[in-house]
Every structure is written in C-alpha cells, then in structure tokens.
Design a protein around this ligand. Structure first.
Ligand code: SF4
Ligand code: SF4
Ligand code: SF4
Length: 307
C-alpha cells in the first residue's frame, strides 16, 4: 500500500518531466539544433526532480524541493541568456523578438513557459522556475496579511502596456531593432533585472509580502493569468475532509481563499495560483491535492488585508 501511495506522488512530476522532454525532442527535430534539447531537457529534469522531492520528502523538508528547482532553473536560464544566447529574456526582449523576427530561445521560452505551458501546468513557472522569485522567496515575509484593497493589481496591466508601447516606439519610430539579441539586449536584460530585484525587494519590505511584486507590478503575470485560466493542472479540495480551519489560506503566498473554492465544489480557479503546493503541505486534514481536469469558468477569490 505504501509503495502505491508513493508512486501516486510521482505521477505529476513524471508527467511534467515527460512533457518537457517531448518539447525538447520536438524542438531538436524541427530545428536541427541541440539548444532546445539541452534547455528544455534540463528544465524538465529540474522540475521533475524538484516536484518529485516535494511530493515525497517529509512535510518540514518539502520546501527544499521547490527552492532547489527555483535555483536550478533560474540560474541556468539567466546564465544561458547572458553567456550562450546573448539575449534579452525580459518581456521587452520577447516583444522585440516577435516584432523584429529574432526568434531565438527567449521567444521560444516565453511561448512554452508563459503562453502555451500555462494551458497545461498553470503558473508552475511562478512557483518553481522564476528567477525573480528565486531571490524574493528568500525574504522573511512568507505569510502576507492579504492583498491591498482597491485596484492595485491593475498596475501590472499598465506595466505590460508601457513595455509594449516602449518596444513599439523603439522599433517603429526610433528604428532601434537590437532589443532581442546582442550586446544592447544583454545590457537591457541585466539592468532591467537589477531594477526588478530592487523594486521587488523594496516592495516586499514596504508591504511585508515577498510576493508583492508579483501581485502588483509584474508584467509577465498578464499573459500568465490569461492562459492559466484554462490550466489542466490545478489544486483541488475535498469538501468532505475540509474543516474550514483556513490554515492553508494563512500560508498561501498569493492570498487565495482556497476553502471558498472547496466549499463551492470547484477546483482552485484563481489565476493567481503559482502551484507552489504550500497549501497542500500545511493542510492538517490532507484535504488538498493536485489534480488534472478542465474548468470553463474562473474567478479570483482573494483575501484582502485590513488596513
Ligand atoms: S508574477 Fe512575475 S515575478 Fe512573480 S513569479 Fe510570476 S513571472 Fe516571476
Ligand atoms: S493556492 Fe496553494 S498552490 Fe496556489 S499559490 Fe496558494 S498555496 Fe500555492
Ligand atoms: S487547511 Fe485543509 S482543512 Fe483547513 S481550510 Fe484548508 S483545506 Fe480545509
């Protein structure tokens, strides 16, 4: 019985790893280059190992699996972009790549991790691979008091719109087309990331919330929220087991009202969920699990802070 239980915990890691290796192989066969094979094979293996560790380690040690994966993937992608691809893999680099036809690993990365991938695995990127959160999650504010009341989350859309407008202006008005790859692109990537880290850390301390940058400012969350609405992989609660103790919600870094979804008989439909699995780990009744399925509707039920 015990073995069957352990095997179950490896199904999701196995599916994720195989899916990435499928993409890696497909990329290699279509392009003839080994880069997609190395990149997506490495990412898939890191995710598989991290998710597998998370699933099988004792509760207190589970975060090791996620931290390890964040560093394995985050450092690899940043190093790959700067030293091998010489690319800008910030969102502006992706937009430059699309508009100027420079379709390198940055553009492919965005399609897989942030546009097509979330249809399958939701915002797994945000919980397990993002190089910004690799650092922000080390800060001490892991249990936020809730979201700021009001429309502060719309700043992300404004940020996305400004990034798009800037790239359009530079490409079509100024004639600058070197924002995706090359020395200027790498400089943009490094300076942009340093700015993200500075703002992200500042916001985390100001709002006592490690994920404040994700909730209010990150432009990448815009496409992620759009496609992850239809994600096959989501958190599912068992209403018969749930005692509405709210322990999961107090620990959720994204302030999601998990037990409200469970009480309503739906999976966790919020597009804010990063699939970090913290809620599963802390639930004293084992009422939560990862599940594959399909949901047509989606609603963000979020906890607001009292100010
Ligand atoms: S919202 Fe942005 S900063 Fe936060 S984890 Fe996702 S991609 Fe990274
Ligand atoms: S609902 Fe669970 S998996 Fe999703 S962000 Fe919150 S704690 Fe993480
Ligand atoms: S921690 Fe478990 S029992 Fe408590 S509210 Fe969350 S799902 Fe229900």
């Amino acid at each position: 019985m015990k073995n069957a239980f352990e095997f179950k915990k490896l199904i999701v890691p196995g599916v994720v790893m195989l899916a990435f290796w499928g993409i890696a192989l497909w990329g290699y066969l279509v392009s003839g280059y080994t880069q997609p094979l190395i990149m997506f094979g490495y990412i898939g293996t890191s995710l598989g190992v991290g998710l597998g560790l998370y699933g099988t380690l004792p509760k207190r040690q589970k975060p090791i699996g996620r931290r390890l994966t964040l560093f394995l993937i985050g450092l690899f992608l940043v190093g790959f972009a700067i030293f091998m691809g010489h690319e800008n893999v910030q969102i502006e680099g992706f937009l430059f790549g699309l508009l100027t036809g420079v379709i390198q690993m940055g553009v492919i990365h965005y399609f897989i991790a942030k546009i097509v991938g979330p249809l399958l695995f939701g915002r797994l990127w945000c919980g397990w691979a993002c190089w910004a959160v690799m650092v922000l999650d080390l800060l001490p504010f892991k249990r936020p008091a809730g979201r700021l009341p009001g429309k502060w989350g719309w700043l992300r859309y404004l940020h996305f719109g400004l990034s798009l407008a800037l790239v359009l202006l530079l490409v079509y008005v100024v004639g600058f087309r070197a924002g995706a790859a090359g020395t200027a692109a790498v400089t943009w990537f490094i300076v942009g990331n340093l700015a993200y880290y500075a703002i992200g850390i500042g916001l985390a301390y100001a709002l006592k919330d490690n994920r404040a940058f994700c909730k209010y400012l990150c432009p990448v969350s815009v496409p992620l929220k759009l496609t992850s609405r239809f994600a096959l992989l989501k958190i599912k609660g068992d209403a018969a087991k749930c005692t509405a103790c709210h322990a999961c919600e107090k620990q959720c870094p994204m302030d999601i009202r998990i037990s409200d979804y469970t009480a309503a008989g739906t999976r966790v439909l919020s597009t804010e969920c990063s699939l970090c699995q913290t809620c599963i780990t802390v639930c004293p009744k084992d009422a939560l699990k990862l599940s594959f399925g399909f949901d047509l509707s989606g609603k963000d039920l979020l906890r607001e802070r009292v100010v």
